[in-house]
Design a protein. Sequence first.
Length: 245
Amino acid sequence: MSRKTILVTGAARRLGSAIARELHATGANVMLHYRQASAAAEALVGELNAVRASSAACLQADLLDVGSLPRLVADTVCRFGRLDALVNNASSFFPTPLSEIDLASWDDLVGSNLKAPLFLTQAAAPHLLAARGAVVNITDIHAERPLAGYPLYCAAKAGLLGLTRALAIELAPRVRVNAVAPGPILWPDSDVFDIATRQDIVAHTLLQRAGCPDDIARAVRYLLEDASYVTGQVINVDGGRTAHL
């Protein structure tokens, strides 16, 4: 991965920052996308560049603005000279009971979880094809096993899972496209899951514990660095929750 360039969306915080650190440790250059968390993104860039000079940078973009996505790719290539991999990590997550679904919720959840990954991959495709690169999408175990109260989010992630497989076909044989589906790794910043619900979710994993962001980051690294004969697949990193969900 040395000297390759990877664009990670939603990379300033949470899973995205763990993924960026893990991929940077391979020797890759990383472009960190953020929407609002400029201070966190700039701090992470400083941290990574202190390890290896001029190896990280950040860019702001609203992924719901499809017209801005080609610029995100172009600026990454301008900064580092190439683009070898894309990690579609940025995501919105909030409940939408059926009676409360509206167009604003649709635009947000489908826009961030499905529309943006599609059009960002489209914009990146010429560079990825030239580099014989790879894409990793961050889906969710609830893409295949819906979570009550979150029908729109689950549908959007299900679409991303289907898109992963479809793009693996469209971009074969030069670009591999895979997905990582987290289980109970990080709880939302909001209090939508109370303590009892969290305990119940963890109790339903075979390993009887929550995971950590590094578990996802290592799976992404495997798919980008070591999985040269893997495409169109999803890895569930969920402590065995989906084995008997």
